[in-house]
Design a protein around this ligand. Structure first.
Ligand code: FE2
Ligand code: FE2
Length: 258
């Protein structure tokens, strides 16, 4: 049995972008059981932009599950943004999860925005000024919430959804100097603390698509500027080892736009 997962991040919608994804989204039932959005849905996180997201991603024939990104926090309107999305039927995750009954089995999705901090040997540490300790505390709390959510879900296949990256692999192409602002190794540890089949993230617009956690979980950067199409589709199934989970299809070049 196979579960088909469509995913995209960093769509950065505003009124000028509304409508560009919709033709491809209408085709989702043919190729996917669910659509996951990896944050940065808006440009500046306003309620008005959230309504653009609701118009574009609401009312689809497949469930839509999202996390927010840093851009969605910019205007301090997160409660309003979340309400608009949820009113449109979009499930917003932050430190929790959801289990969906798909034709191929029960799909568990755990999500957090995540945070920066960096990666092994090149990371922020819980030392010194209160501001630095607060930074690292935010990183740790986010990762702990993701791990707890992943471990709590009763499902057949488990997917982690974040905005920030859990590994440096998928940042290749970004300047090394900003890696600590693009993700953190603690997210990777959280993903490896559960039998996660696939980890999806965004945020790294200039990164690359494929990576792997230290524990062997496949990681995919689905930021729209990286995948260069309305969404990518991944198949996960209980016939497969997690190491064999791989994206298939490219959603058709006809769905591409840039
Ligand atoms: Fe983004
Ligand atoms: Fe971002």
């Amino acid at each position: 049995m196979v579960i088909r997962i469509a995913a995209v991040g960093d769509v950065h919608l505003d009124k000028d972008v509304v409508g560009r994804f919709r033709p491809a989204l209408e085709e989702l039932p043919e190729c996917a059981d669910v659509l996951l959005l990896a944050g940065d849905l808006t440009r500046h996180g306003t309620e008005a932009e959230a309504r653009c997201v609701a118009e574009e991603f609401g009312g689809l024939a497949v469930p839509v599950v999202t996390v927010l990104g840093n851009h969605d926090h910019q205007c301090d309107q997160v409660p309003q943004v979340v309400k608009v999305l949820e009113d449109a039927g979009i499930t917003v995750l932050e430190g929790n999860g959801v289990v969906l009954d798909c034709a191929g089995g029960r799909l568990g999705i755990a999500g957090v925005k995540g945070f920066g901090g960096g990666f092994a040997g090149r990371c922020a540490s819980d030392f010194g000024e209160p501001e630095m300790k607060a930074f690292v505390r935010t990183t740790n709390e986010s990762a702990e919430a993701l791990g707890a959510a992943l471990r709590s879900l009763d499902c057949d296949m488990l997917v982690a959804l974040t905005h920030y990256s859990p590994v440096p692999d998928t940042l290749a192409g970004e300047p090394l100097e900003i890696y600590p602002f693009l993700g953190s190794y603690q997210l990777g540890q959280a993903i490896d603390s559960a039998p996660t089949a696939l980890a999806l993230h965004g945020h790294a617009h200039a990164g690359t698509e494929r990576g792997t956690t230290p524990g062997g979980v496949r990681v995919r950067n689905v930021a729209h500027p990286v995948i260069k199409q309305a969404y990518s589709v991944f198949h996960v199934g209980d016939q497969l080892d997690t190491d064999q989970v791989s994206p298939i299809g490219q959603s058709g070049s006809q769905r591409s736009w840039s």
